[in-house]
Design a protein around this ligand. Structure first.
Ligand SMILES: *Cc1c(COP(=O)(O)O)cnc(C)c1O
Length: 376
């Protein structure tokens, strides 16, 4: 059996090696390392794939979130509502820009932000909502957009984990995750569903004015060369990374299908286990399984992970600490117990290997060993 990894990037590379190597070589031959034709081509390919008017490539997902907030003209003290159960980057940029992060709890089944909790957290200072499409499943965007419209708020989707996921509206229409709010952000970190071979990110919008402003902000706030009308940042996607992403984007739907096959295999093995809760599948979103995350119920999670490690099966905890309990983010507004669902999840979730190269032998080995632990 091939050695198990949380993500098998090398195995995935071998299947598309010719295309990737050719793309990288072309960039080197052209020496157009910054903003070369590969970047433009990727931007257009991604716009087409997502059905969105503008894609603005940038250096990483964290920058995508920061540039979004800078471009909306949010001011220090403005409140931005986001999920208490997410990767730190979401709250980090809010804090960096001296905006006030307002945390709200998540739904215990989907792990995504709870729209009712959003409404309760709105104050006259609220300017934006940042839903996170956690682990590959779109947050309840229809409800969130209705709330935003009612209260005149911006919505910035943190789509770093759900690129390619479709969201279905009540009227039967669908849109890609990240293209529903005013702005969508994604990351091309290597382990993401659409990952490059280094850092990368992108911002999506259907709004022409916002797109123009974001293109200025990512380029040092420059409108005409060496004339800086705004304070900006330097945030670019390298041409080599764009070439890699061009090769991988055409496989993205197939990659999602492979992840779903692995998820179905896990579901089938664990669905009747009272000590495990398999991931819920929210009917309005097709899950692209960035992670396969279960809840360990009345079992010792640490012992399970150690047991799996002894069988050379990696397992990870995303995320062990709720945002409001992170040392750098301790805030007198919040205390332990304020976000009970998030706190419960942080104490009990764990994720199994999930990627595009898992085969049946590996999946059988993983599931058998998890069951072995449960039946000890
Ligand atoms: C990965 C990730 C980010 C940050 O992306 P980087 O490219 O690593 O900066 C932000 N939010 C979420 C939810 C993520 O998973």
């Amino acid at each position: 059996m091939k050695k198990l990894q949380m993500v098998d990037l090398h195995g995935q590379y071998l299947n598309i090696k010719t295309e990737i190597d050719k793309g990288i070589q072309e960039v080197i031959d052209s020496c157009a390392f910054i903003n070369g034709p590969a970047v433009k081509k990727f931007q257009e390919n991604l716009e087409k794939y997502l059905g969105v008017k503008h894609v603005i490539p940038c250096a990483n997902g964290t920058d995508a979130l920061q540039v979004s907030m800078m471009s909306l003209g949010l001011q220090p003290g403005d409140e931005v509502i986001t999920s208490s159960f997410t990767f730190i980057a979401t709250a980090e940029v809010i804090a960096l820009l001296k905006l006030t992060p307002v945390l709200v709890d998540v739904d215990p089944d989907t792990f995504n932000i709870d729209p009712l909790a959003i409404e309760r957290a709105i104050t006259p200072k609220t300017r934006a909502i940042v839903p996170v499409h956690l682990f590959g499943q779109t947050a309840p965007m229809e409800e969130i957009m209705n709330i935003a419209q009612k209260h005149d708020l911006y919505v910035i989707e943190d789509n770093c984990q759900a690129i390619g996921s479709d969201y279905y509206f009540n009227d039967g229409s669908k849109k890609k995750a990240g293209t529903i709010g005013h702005i969508g952000c994604t990351s091309f970190f290597p382990s993401k569903n659409l990952g490059c071979y280094g850092d990368g990110g992108a911002i999506f919008t259907n709004d022409d004015d916002l797109a123009r402003q974001m293109r200025v902000v990512v380029n040092h706030g420059m409108t005409v060369r060496y004339y800086h009308d705004y304070i900006g940042v330097n945030s670019r996607l390298d041409s080599i990374q764009a070439a890699i992403l061009n090769a991988k984007l055409s496989n993205l739907d197939e990659y999602a299908a492979k992840r779903r096959i692995a998820a179905d295999f896990y579901d089938k093995a664990f669905v009747n286990q009272p000590k495990l809760k398999i991931p819920s599948r929210y009917p309005k979103s097709n899950h692209v399984f960035h992670q396969y995350t279960m809840i360990a119920k009345s079992i010792d999670r640490k012992a399970l992970i150690e047991y799996l490690a002894s069988c050379e099966i990696p397992a990870m905890i995303y995320y062990p600490v709720p945002l409001h309990m992170q040392k750098a983010y301790l805030d007198p507004r919040y205390k332990a117990g304020d976000f009970p669902v998030t706190e419960y999840l942080c104490a009990n979730v764990f994720s199994l290997p999930m990627h595009t190269e898992l085969d049946e032998v590996q999946l059988t080995y993983i599931t058998q060993n998890v069951l072995e632990f449960l039946n000890r």
